[in-house]
Ligand binder design. Structure first.
Ligand code: HMG
Length: 407
């Protein structure tokens, strides 16, 4: 197995958030449906001076900065999104311009609902693993705005954010042996956004079914690729991160995996294993989804950051199973082999710092932002001109001659 993987990770979370208490009150829904039934507390709301381009560039800028990477060293940059700003011009090109990535770099955008970022990561690792490849460093970025219909059932599962990963040989954070992954893909209509629609069409309950079917299929494939006979996945994994549209989904997924891996046990033994393993293996990675919501392509990687913030050096040398799911559908279950010394990565994660810097907005403010986002208007309000934030370097200025402008 080639020693290729991820050297560092960065996140960008918008400055605003809405509390699920306020949303529940406005929608006349018992708050427990959101906080217990879905398991979330707050969700990120993207201000009108940000979009998927600025979030991607802001996350990647932090990553390059903290790792001391010169933009010219990047030879492949993949940006994954399902909330792009143009049918043709890729978000990746805007980001290349903002970050001043050189011209001798393969730059492209990738889409496969929430699975797209993982497809970009696995592809980049494979590319760097080829001995003949001249590509030494790749930047993989996931950026999305999870936006559902106003007052729809999906509304409490919104969110926004971007993740950036630095992929290289001899990585400092973790390696992935891509020949031993489990995959599952199938053509289904669980969640889709036809061209011209500003929000997705969702068959909510069916989407959960599709997710769990994909999890079972990918887990079975992973087991077989690992050559497991007597052992099961719980014998080899220390932590598991599931794709998380909301935190309760991780519980449903984990229950499903326990049932698949411990088929021969009675239900009370399985329940005991579920409770114990959920607490130790899954719960430490939930803070991000509870406070930010769904960030689509970046979801599992925000789970990874939450796990690192919570477990810190305890994850050194451990195996983290990651189940990435994208509607439509495509899924991959892979294993991150964490390196023995990741103190520097943990020290400068800055995820909790970003959560703590956020400003709570009222339901009226949320409604105002939501209604503006349906229209292609030019924004460069006094609000953004006076805005200061250590984690935001790039902002969206507006559209002129059909061209998006950034500063
Ligand atoms: P819903 O109809 O609003 O919710 O849809 P519900 O009635 O099923 O209630 C949700 C949970 O709250 C249930 O728990 C209720 O019992 C509980 P569960 O049975 O699931 O364990 N509940 C309460 N609990 C405490 N006190 C109360 C109370 N009332 C109810 N008073 C749904 C929920 C998630 C379907 C909806 O929000 C939705 O459509 N969301 C968007 C789609 C989604 O997230 N699907 C998940 C899988 S697909 C996926 O992850 C891909 C995705 O990320 C997109 C991509 O790939 O690009 C979405």
């Amino acid at each position: 197995m080639a020693d290729v993987g991820v050297s560092d990770i960065a996140i960008h979370i918008p400055i605003y958030y809405l509390s699920h208490h306020d949303l529940a009150a406005a929608r006349n829904i018992p708050v427990e449906k959101y906080t217990v039934g879905l398991g979330n507390k707050t969700m990120a709301i993207i201000p009108n001076w940000e979009d998927t381009v600025t979030m991607a560039a802001n996350a990647a800028w932090q990553l390059l900065n903290k790792t001391g990477t010169d933009p010219d060293e990047i030879q492949q940059m993949v940006v994954s999104t399902e909330s792009g700003v143009d049918y043709s011009k890729p978000v990746a090109s805007y980001v290349q311009g903002l970050l001043k990535i050189g011209t001798q770099c393969r730059v492209y955008e990738i889409k496969h609902a929430c699975y797209g970022g993982t497809a970009g990561l696995i592809n980049s690792i494979d590319r760097l693993s080829q001995n003949s490849s001249s590509t030494k460093k790749a930047l993989v970025i996931m950026t999305d705005i999870a936006r559902y219909g106003f007052e729809s059932l999906g509304e409490p599962t919104q969110g926004a954010g971007a993740i950036a990963l630095l992929v290289e040989r001899g990585p400092k954070f973790f390696t992935v042996d891509t020949s031993r992954n489990g995959v599952f893909s199938k053509n289904v209509f669980d969640f889709w956004r036809p061209s011209g629609h500003s929000v997705p069409i969702v068959d909510g309950k069916y989407s959960i079914e599709c997710y769990l079917t994909a999890l079972e299929g990918a887990a079975q494939h992973l087991r077989s690729n690992l050559g497991l006979k007597k052992e099961n996945l719980f014998d080899i994994l220390d932590y598991i991160i599931y794709h998380m549209p909301y935190s309760k989904m991780a519980e449903k997924a984990h229950k499903c995996l326990v049932e698949a891996e411990y088929k021969d046990l009675d239900s009370s033994s399985r329940e005991r294993i579920f409770e114990e393993s959920f607490k130790n293996m899954v719960a430490p990675g939930l803070r991000g989804v509870r406070e930010v919501g769904n960030i689509y392509t970046g979801s599992v990687y925000m789970g990874l950051m939450s796990l690192l913030e919570e477990e810190r050096e305890r994850v050194e040398g451990k195996k983290i199973g990651v189940f990435s799911y994208g509607s439509g559908c495509g899924a991959e279950f892979f294993i991150c082999d964490v390196k023995p010394n990741i103190k520097n990565i943990i020290k400068r994660l800055d995820f909790i710092k970003q959560l703590d810097r956020r400003k709570k907005i009222s339901i009226d403010h949320y409604t105002h932002i939501y209604s503006k986002q349906d229209k292609d208007v030019i924004f460069f309000s006094p609000e953004v001109q006076n805005f200061k934030d250590n984690f935001t370097r790039f902002v969206f200025k507006g559209i002129k001659d059909h061209k998006r402008q950034y500063i």
